[in-house]
Design a protein around this ligand. Structure first.
Ligand SMILES: *Cc1c(COP(=O)(O)O)cnc(C)c1O
Length: 360
C-alpha cells in the first residue's frame, strides 16, 4: 500500500506542465475576480502599510461578512497568520493545544515557537483529525502548577487536515471547555470557506457565535493569488497585531494588493461559490472512487479533500500517466486528492478512468 515518501512524487516540475492536478488546492491559479481586482487596484499611487482606502474597504467587507465589528489584518501566508494570531494571546510560559495531525504541529517548522519565543505546542487527539472533548479535557488537566507550561490557546483547524468538518455545535462545546479553563480559541481556517460551504451555516455561526476568538480565513486555497486574513472578533485583542506583523516581516508595504484580492473574492459571494464547487468536485470524486473495490476511502469526506488507499503499483501507473498527488499527508498512508476552485467534472472523470485503466 501507499504511504511511503517517494521523492519521485515531488518536484517533478516538467511533468506538472500546468495541467490541473489533485496535488494541492494551492497549486491552482487565482480566480478571475481576484485577477480583475488586482488590475483595478493597480492605478496611481496610494499610501502604504494598510492605511489606504482599498484596505479599509476590505476590512469593512469582513465586518459585513461576519455580521460583527471585527478587526481584520492581511498577511502573506497561513503559517505566519496562525503563529501571529496564536501568539497574540501568549506569553513565553504558555502553550497552545492543537490536534496531533494539525498544520500548526506538523507543517509550520515550529514557526509558532519561533515567532512567540518560549511558546510550546502540545498535542491532543481525536478521530478523523478533530479534537475530542475528552482529550482536550485531559490536555487541560495535567500539571497546572508552575512546573509545566500553561495552556493558553486551543487551536482547531476547519476544515481539518484530513478533510473533515467541525460543525458549530462541536466548536461550541470545545470552546466552552477551553474558556472555562481560561483559554482563547484559535481557528486555522486555511479552508474555512470549504467548512462554511459544507456546514451550510453562516461564517458568524462557524466562528464568533460558536466561541472563536481569532480566525485565520484562508484566501490562497479559496482563490487568491496569495494572502490570508486574520480576523479578531474582540477588537481589544487585536491592539498590537500590526506591531507583530511588522516585526515578523508580514506587514506588506503595498498592502492594497493583498486587500484588493479579498474585495474580488468576497464580492457576490464568490468565495462561497468557489468553495461549494471544490466541495462538490470532491464529492463526485469520492463517489466515483467508492465504486472501485480496490480503493479504500479513509475519512468522512466533508470538505474538498478525498483520502484514498490505492495499491502502490496503481499509484506508480497514475504517475506515469501524468497525475500528481501526495501520499504522505496525515495518518493511514492514503493518497490525498485535493479539489480546487477550478477543478472540473472532466478532471474528476479522467482521473477515475485512468485509475480504472491502471487497475486493469
Ligand atoms: C495550506 C495550509 C495552511 C497555510 O500554509 P502556508 O503554506 O503557510 O500558507 C495552514 N493550515 C492548513 C491546514 C493548511 O492546509
Amino acid at each position: 500500500m501507499a504511504g511511503n515518501f517517494n521523492p519521485l512524487h515531488y518536484g517533478d516540475v516538467r511533468s506538472f506542465d500546468h495541467q490541473r492536478q489533485f496535488a494541492s488546492d494551492n497549486n491552482a491559479g487565482c480566480c478571475p475576480e481576484v485577477f480583475e481586482a488586482l488590475k483595478q487596484a493597480n492605478s496611481g499611487h496610494t499610501v502604504g502599510y494598510g492605511s489606504d482606502a482599498i484596505t479599509a474597504r476590505a476590512k469593512e467587507a469582513f465586518r459585513g461578512l461576519f455580521e460583527t465589528d471585527c478587526e481584520t489584518f492581511f498577511v502573506f501566508n497561513g503559517t505566519a497568520a496562525n503563529s501571529l494570531a496564536i501568539g497574540s494571546f501568549c506569553s513565553p510560559h504558555h502553550s497552545v493545544l492543537c490536534h496531533e495531525h494539525s498544520h500548526v504541529e506538523s507543517d509550520e517548522c515550529n514557526a509558532p515557537g519561533f515567532l512567540n519565543q518560549g511558546l510550546r505546542i502540545a498535542t491532543v487527539q481525536g478521530a478523523n483529525g478533530k479534537i475530542d472533548l475528552a482529550s482536550l479535557r485531559e490536555g487541560l488537566s495535567g500539571r497546572r502548577d508552575v512546573h509545566a507550561s500553561k495552556p493558553r490557546v486551543v487551536s482547531l483547524t476547519n476544515t481539518t487536515e484530513l478533510g473533515t468538518l467541525y460543525r458549530p455545535n462541536e466548536i461550541g462545546a470545545l470552546a466552552e471547555l477551553a474558556k472555562s479553563n481560561g483559554l482563547a480559541v484559535h481557528v486555522d481556517g486555511a479552508r474555512f470557506a470549504n467548512a462554511v460551504a459544507s456546514a451550510g451555516c453562516t461564517p458568524a455561526e462557524l466562528s464568533w457565535k460558536a466561541g472563536v476568538d481569532v480566525l485565520v480565513f484562508g484566501g490562497t486555497k479559496n482563490g487568491l493569488a496569495f494572502g490570508e486574513a486574520v480576523v479578531f472578533f474582540k477588537r481589544q485583542e487585536a491592539a498590537d497585531f500590526m506591531y507583530r506583523m511588522k516585526q515578523s516581516g508580514q506587514l506588506a508595504s503595498k498592502m492594497r494588493f493583498l486587500a484588493a484580492q479579498w474585495l474580488g473574492l468576497l464580492s457576490d459571494g464568490k468565495w462561497l461559490e468557489y468553495a461549494r464547487h471544490a466541495n462538490a468536485m470532491s464529492e463526485r470524486l469520492y463517489s466515483r472512487l467508492s465504486q472501485i473495490a480496490e480503493v479504500e476511502l479513509l475519512f468522512p469526506r466533508e470538505g474538498n479533500a478525498v483520502f484514498a488507499l490505492i495499491p502502490d503499483p496503481v499509484i506508480d501507473r497514475l504517475y506515469e500517466l501524468g497525475w500528481r498527488f501526495y501520499t504522505d499527508v496525515g495518518p493511514g498512508g492514503g493518497a490525498r486528492l485535493m479539489c480546487s476552485w477550478d477543478t472540473t467534472q472532466e478532471d474528476v472523470d479522467r482521473f477515475t478512468q485512468d485509475l480504472r485503466k491502471a487497475l486493469s
